[in-house]
Design a protein around this ligand. Structure first.
Ligand code: CP
Ligand code: NVA
Length: 320
């Protein structure tokens, strides 16, 4: 019978909490090798399935290019193809795909489905975004911060302005794991899940990271080393759009907010951006935006993640 196998998944950024510094180091190395044209095919012949229930530009493309650069290939399965949980069960999809590929990157509406896929797949499952987390994004975010702060994360503070969503959940855990302070300005009704905050604070107690909530975007931004925002309405939250448009009106990164941060502070956004809502054109197109480096770093981050889960040796147990 197929069942849980010994393999490693990335469902939450906390799954790689211990290795985050070395993962970022490897991603930075892969980036410089690509720039110098000296990259090596470290995952020859490996197959990656991209199982997506939601649209994507960055995650899909960066995974496809990453596995190809490393000598493997990807198969993209669009939302209408597999229809996870409708056309067949999550467990059956997991068992079938495990017979074809060496890893599955899964973008899902429900975190429970990602966990269920991981439970039944005999190959590594990577959370490519769900309602709870977006761990691959935060690997790229931390890589972007690391590049700009050669002295390290200690003593730096990131300010989050907006929704207490999947990206923030991974960011809380990721910042806690590397010892980076984070202050979040979030309307009361849209605060992150308490169990995630608790888990992040437990991690932060070990690294010295201070995770705090601010009373306003201005309070969070004042003196910050970097600012970060995301859409007001995430994929899957559309039914709540009207209430969100009202609740988040003041939660926008504009030039005035950036001016409260440190003079050398820069701005992150995981993209896609809704210009005029959570971020202005002027900030997006201005000199403080780090968003294009951040988007590029998805590629280097995905490679480091794929290597971590798929190397060394045969990554999966083959049935006789
Ligand atoms: N930031 C991000 O995950 O973008 P996509 O939704 O385009 O993949
Ligand atoms: N929070 C956003 C991120 C998109 C990359 C969403 O889930 O839609």
């Amino acid at each position: 019978m197929d069942g849980p196998a010994r393999k490693r998944d990335l469902l939450s950024i906390s799954d790689v909490a211990e290795e985050l510094p070395s993962l970022l180091e490897r991603a930075a190395r892969l980036k410089s090798e690509r720039q110098r044209g000296t990259g090596r095919a470290t995952l020859p012949g490996r197959n990656l399935a991209l199982l997506f229930e939601k649209p994507s530009a960055r995650t899909r493309t960066s995974f496809e290019v990453a596995i190809r650069d490393l000598g493997g290939q990807a198969t993209y399965l669009a939302p209408a193809d597999v229809q996870v949980g409708q056309r067949e069960s999550v467990a059956d999809v997991a068992r079938v795909l495990s017979r074809y590929v060496d890893a599955i990157a899964y973008r899902a509406f429900r975190h429970e489905n990602v966990a269920e896929l991981a439970r039944w797949a005999s190959v590594p499952v990577i959370n490519a975004l769900d309602d709870l987390e977006h761990p691959c994004q935060v690997v790229a975010d931390l890589l972007t911060l690391r590049e700009r702060w050669p002295g390290g994360f200690r003593g730096r503070r990131l300010a989050w302005v907006g929704d207490g969503n999947n990206v923030l959940h991974s960011l809380l855990l990721g910042c806690a794991a590397v010892g980076l302070d984070l202050t979040a300005a979030i309307p009361e009704a849209y605060r992150p899940r308490p169990n995630v905050v608790q888990a992040a604070r437990a991690l932060g107690d070990r690294t010295g990271a201070n995770l705090a909530f601010a009373a306003s975007p201005e309070q969070a931004a004042r003196g910050a080393d970097a600012l970060y925002t995301d859409v007001w309405v995430s994929m899957g939250d559309e039914a709540d759009e009207k209430a969100r448009q009202l609740a988040f009106q003041r939660y926008r990164i504009d030039d005035e907010l950036v001016a409260l941060a440190r003079p050398e502070a820069f701005v992150l956004h995981d993209l896609p951006a809704h210009r005029g809502q959570e971020i202005t054109d002027s900030v997006m197109d201005g000199p403080r935006a780090a968003v294009w480096d951040q988007a590029e770093n998805r590629l280097h981050g995905q490679k480091a993640i794929l290597e971590l889960l798929l190397r060394p040796g045969p990554a999966r147990r083959r049935r006789k």
